[in-house]
Design a protein around this ligand. Structure first.
Ligand SMILES: [Zn+2]
Length: 394
């Protein structure tokens, strides 16, 4: 199935073009602009001034809105007399509008304000309901508008968060390929070929990200949009989220109350290095003694919430002896196929360091012993087979 990407306008400035860009998607009818206090000042006001007053109304979700179901409902209520949504913001605003548009069966477009995450083009929204964060089926935007001057002026931390969420292509690909070669799970090499091209273009101009260089910002935004679109093509987060995301999620699930506020991408930059380290150790081993590997079919750890037990059982039901045999017989072939796509932890660290992005748990306020626990338990939290499973089984 071919899923065409959203319309994309990425220019140094979209000033004075805002209304005509929106009208290319919504030829007529009133539109609801959704922003928060900050994004409204940055861009929302400018967009509104470009419309006739009768053609647009706006809902400001005020300061630092939460990605929760209450805000989704608020947007839906305001949407009743409108034909569609103009979202102005990044992670939270985009997630809220994506789900509200889906539930109301209306289109939405987004004016990006920061290159902070890869969810702009995806079809899922991460929303809390009753205190639990869930990835819900939603609607990808009909168009993404990127005013690069606005995006380049985003806070440095948001830009570096976007970089952090962009360094995991190699750890994700290694995990996906491992699961494919061992368990025949779906693997689309062309998706990773696309992502690698964006990554190559981004990694050669890292220094420009924090100096407002438009080409560097465009490279980062392109990488993030491609990642989101690849998730939509794959029908899941699989091409953008494997072991490194499981470690970050495990950390949040286990220690929610004691963690400082950090951006998702800051976490992923750090956990990608941990994942690459584990992958490197395993890939460098010639003769792993798979025979004695006690795959953790019955090793569900104490202290981890039982809700993960089912998730984990689904995974382990498929392997055990079968994987041990396959590893013993085919390991050389498997690692030879993975190695060309792998990037060493040292090379990923160098990329993050060139931008002065966080590279270790302390820099994002994560206690070392808690982080170690999260790395050890991450494999048990999700029905996705990764290098973390091999690492646990050794
Ligand atoms: Zn991510």
């Amino acid at each position: 199935m071919i899923i065409s990407p959203p319309e994309l306008s990425m220019l140094p400035t979209l000033h004075q073009q805002e209304a005509s860009l929106c009208r290319s998607i919504f030829p007529e009818g009133k539109l609801l602009l959704v922003s928060d206090d900050i994004t409204h000042k940055i861009l929302g006001e400018r967009i509104i001034s470009n419309f006739h007053a009768a053609d647009i109304k706006y809902l400001s979700l005020q300061e630092l809105p939460k990605a929760n179901i209450e805000n989704v409902i608020k947007i839906q209520e305001n949407l009743a007399d409108c034909v569609g949504i103009i979202a102005v913001g990044s992670g939270t605003i985009n997630d809220l509008c994506k789900l509200a548009a889906y539930r109301a069966d209306k289109k939405y477009v987004v004016f990006a304000t920061a290159p902070s995450m890869n969810g702009y083009a995806s079809a899922n929204a991460s929303i809390s309901a009753n205190g639990h964060k869930k990835s819900l089926t939603a609607r990808p935007p009909a168009a993404i508008f990127c005013d690069l001057e606005i995006i380049a002026a985003a806070p440095k931390r948001l830009i570096l968060a976007g970089l952090g969420d962009s360094v995991c292509r190699s750890t994700v690909q290694a995990d996906c390929l491992l699961a494919h070669l061992l368990l025949n799970t779906p693997y689309q090499p062309q998706i990773f070929d696309i992502l690698q091209q964006y990554e190559d273009n981004l990694f050669i101009q890292i220094e420009g990200l924090t100096t407002g260089n438009i080409n560097a910002i465009s490279a980062l935004m392109g990488t993030l949009l491609a990642s989101g679109h690849c998730m939509t093509i794959a029908g899941s987060s699989q091409p953008a989220s494997q072991g490194e995301h499981m470690i970050a999620h495990c950390m949040e699930m286990l220690f929610t109350d004691s963690l400082p506020e950090t951006y998702h991408g800051e976490q992923i930059g750090v956990t990608s290095l941990a994942c690459a380290e584990i992958q490197q150790n395993i890939l460098q081993t010639n003769s792993l003694n798979w025979q004695i590997a006690d795959f953790p079919t019955n090793r569900f750890p104490e202290g981890l919430n039982n809700e993960f037990q089912n998730e984990y059982n689904q995974k382990t039901a498929q392997y055990g002896k079968f994987i041990r045999n396959k590893l013993r017989l085919e390991w050389e072939n498997i690692r030879t196929k993975i190695q060309p796509h792998f990037k060493s932890p040292a090379s990923l660290k160098e990329v993050l360091e060139r931008a002065n992005a966080p590279t270790n748990n302390q820099q994002i306020g994560w206690d070392s012993s808690k982080y170690k626990t999260a790395i050890e338990l991450a494999a048990f939290t999700r029905n996705r087979f990764t290098f973390l499973d091999l690492w646990c089984g050794l």
